[in-house]
Design a protein around this ligand. Structure first.
Ligand code: FEO
Length: 398
C-alpha cells in the first residue's frame, strides 16, 4: 500500500493487517482483518497523526516517504490515543525525528513513557487547545474513555476532517479508503460489531461526548478513524447509529445463547426459539462454542431480550458460556430482559450461576426453566411456552 490522498495535503499513511484474527489479545475476533490508520498533514509544518502497531513501522515509513521523502522533516506527532495499535511505531519515529514536537493529553504523555521509556518533546494538550501549522489550525477535543482515558480527537476546520481515532472505527481490512467504496451493509455490520466490542461499556461517556461535540457545530466532511474506512458519504448514518447504540436503545429482537454437553440444553434452546418465532419476534440462536463471541455481542448490542442456557457441570455452568457471560457483564448494558434455562443431572446450579452474572446487566423478570437429563415431549412443550411467554414480554415491554 502507498500513501492515499484524502484531501489536498492530507494523506492516509496507515497499514492493512490482512491476517490479524484475534485483536486485543483474544477479546475480538477479526475475521475481516484490521487496518491501523495514521494520517499525514502537509502544511507549513508536517504533522503525523498517530503511529501504527509495532511491526508495521516500515510500512508507515514507506508511506510517509511517498509524500515527504525525508522522514526527519516531520515537525509534529499528534498522539490521539496511546493503545499499542496506534503507538507501537512511536519510538521508531521519535528516533528518526529527535526534534519532533509531540502533542497529546497528560495521560497519553504518562502512558507513552510507561510503554516505551521515551516520549520526546511532549506538549500536554487540554481540551479546546489548538495548534497552528500554517493554513490549518488543528483543534483538540479530549474524549476520555473513547477508548481509553488518554483518548482525544483532532479536528481540522480547514479540511473539515475529524480524526476520531478509535471512535467510528471498523475492523475491516480492505484496499479501499472511503466508506462508499465498499458494501454499505457489510460496513455497517462491522461498525456495529466494533461498537459492541470496543465502546459498549462506555455508552454513557460516548453519549455525553457526542452530544457535547454536536453542540460545537463542527463542519465535518470526513470522519477519519484509526481503524477501517474513512466516512465521507455515510457520516450521518454512522453518527445516528452512535447516538442510538450509546443510548442503550434496542429493538424487539432476542438472542438465545447456549452451551450444551449432551444436546439436552440444545434441544431446549431450539424449542424456545420455536416458541419465540410463534410470536413473530426476531430471534437468533447462538451456540457459544461455535459462534464468535464478537458476533454474538454485536447481535446483542441492540437486542432487548437475552436468553442464556447451559447444562450443569460440577455445580457450575459450562466454561465457554461462563467466559462469554463474564465478558458480557463488562458491557454495563441497560434495559434488557433476560432469562436462563438448562438441563442437569442431579443438582442444576447452572441456571442460578447464569442469573447471578447477568442480573447486573439485565432484568430477570421472566422465570427460568430447568429440565432433568433429556427433555421429554411434555418438557419440550414447556420450552416452547417459555419462548412464547418471553417473546410476549419483549413485545409488551415499552
Ligand atoms: Fe485501536 Fe483503543 O485502540
Amino acid at each position: 500500500m502507498s500513501a492515499r490522498l484524502l484531501k489536498e495535503g492530507v494523506y492516509s499513511v496507515g497499514a492493512v493487517d490482512w491476517n490479524e484474527r484475534n485483536f486485543h489479545g483474544h477479546t475480538y475476533v477479526t475475521r475481516k482483518g484490521v487496518t491501523y490508520n495514521s494520517y499525514l498533514i502537509v502544511d507549513n509544518k508536517i504533522v503525523l497523526i498517530d503511529t501504527l502497531r509495532k511491526g508495521f513501522e516500515e510500512v508507515l515509513l514507506e508511506n510517509i516517504k511517498d509524500v515527504v521523502i525525508d522522514i526527519s522533516k516531520i515537525d509534529a506527532i499528534i498522539v490521539n490515543h496511546i493503545e499499542p495499535d496506534h503507538s507501537g511505531a512511536f519510538p521508531k519515529i521519535l528516533k528518526l525525528c529527535p526534534d519532533v514536537e509531540v502533542y497529546g493529553t497528560e495521560r497519553a504523555r504518562q502512558g507513552i513513557l510507561k510503554y516505551y521509556g521515551v516520549n520526546g518533546n511532549w506538549n500536554v494538550i487540554k481540551s479546546g487547545q489548538s495548534l497552528n501549522i500554517g493554513k490549518r489550525t488543528l483543534n483538540f477535543i479530549d474524549t476520555p474513555m473513547m477508548h481509553w482515558p488518554d483518548s482525544m480527537f483532532t479536528y481540522s476546520a480547514y479540511d473539515k476532517i475529524l480524526f476520531s481515532n478509535d471512535a467510528f472505527g471498523q475492523h475491516y481490512a480492505t484496499s479501499k479508503v472511503f466508506d462508499d467504496e465498499v458494501d454499505f451493509t457489510l460496513l455497517m455490520d462491522e461498525a456495529q460489531k466494533y461498537y459492541a466490542n470496543i465502546l459498549w461499556p462506555f455508552n454513557a461517556i460516548v453519549a455525553a461526548k457526542l452530544s457535547a461535540i454536536s453542540k460545537l457545530n463542527l463542519d465535518i466532511e470526513l470522519i477519519a478513524p484509526s481503524h477501517g474506512l474513512v466516512w465521507r458519504k455515510y457520516l450521518s448514518e454512522v453518527m445516528r447509529k452512535y447516538f442510538y447504540w450509546s443510548s442503550h436503545s434496542c429493538k424487539n429482537r432476542i438472542a438465545v445463547v447456549y452451551e450444551t454437553m449432551w444436546k439436552s440444553t440444545e434441544k431446549m434452546a431450539r424449542k424456545i426459539v420455536e416458541g419465540i418465532i410463534s410470536e413473530n419476534v426476531e430471534v437468533a440462536l447462538f451456540d457459544v462454542t461455535k459462534d464468535d463471541r464478537t458476533d454474538i455481542a454485536s447481535y446483542m448490542l441492540d437486542a432487548k431480550g437475552w436468553i442464556f442456557g447451559s447444562s450443569t457441570h460440577d455445580a457450575e455452568m459450562l466454561p465457554v458460556i461462563a467466559g462469554f457471560l463474564h465478558f458480557l457483564r463488562g458491557s454495563k448494558a441497560m434495559r434488557r430482559i433476560s432469562s436462563a434455562f438448562g438441563s442437569y443431572g442431579w443438582s442444576g446450579e447452572a441456571v442460578k450461576c447464569i442469573e447471578d452474572i447477568v442480573s447486573s446487566v439485565s432484568s430477570l423478570n421472566c422465570p427460568s426453566l430447568k429440565v432433568v437429563f433429556n427433555p421429554t415431549d411434555v418438557e419440550l412443550d414447556k420450552c416452547f411456552e417459555f419462548g412464547k411467554a418471553f417473546a410476549l414480554k419483549i413485545k409488551n415491554e415499552i
